[in-house]
Unconditional design. Sequence first.
Length: 259
Amino acid sequence: MERSNFLVAAFLAITLGTAAAAERISVKHIQLPKHGFMVARSEAGKIIARFEFSQVVQGDEVTMRLTYHFVDGSIDDETTTYRQQGSFRLVRNHHIQKGPFFAKPVDFTVEAATGIATSRTADKNGKIHVENKRMDLPDDLANGFVGTLLLNVPHDTTPFQAGILAPFGGGRLIRILISPEGEQPFHTTEKTLKATVFRIHPELGGIVGVIAPLIGLQPKDVMVWVLESEEPAVVRIVGQLGGYGPVVSSELEGTSFGK
């Protein structure tokens, strides 16, 4: 079975884990307008993309855009709107992946209020096909803003879960387990600072969870470094884009990390 077909089958068979509590994260740090850049490298350390992020705020709604511009012309472009009123709540997410870096293009949108997931695919003649699917979505759905949640939990938080709607088969709900992994210093041009390291683990249940690691198709964990300060920030992300393919390391420009 080819990789893409296996992943679709895998997500069809996922069961929701119960190892940690699912909860909506309370707002401790109000998100403000911002704009920044990261450098994305391959596992060999070669620069493969520039990563730009921007954030605009209207009332209690935040719209965040994260874009990877790859040197081979590929694009990973994700726009997310969420509310920050008491706790965080997804409004909508639109994720596009296209170009030679990705085994299969993605154009996937979820509207949290209506529960409608929309997939856009092109056939071999370039004709666009649109599929809409209505789903019951959990309150803790976190497509596109998991990093924001990590800015609002303590460095010694107990492990917790969140929901992610994966763009397979018109939309498949999975659970991710988020756990703190300790602290690590990192360097800027001016000083040494400290980051909390979080592990994001996709939970595959049932027979898929047993078979996937044996044949090398278990999605790898994502590691996220969060600056510890009164204004926390994501300073590094290491993981696969979209849960498959090569591992990419994205670091805030002007920072360096030890082994």
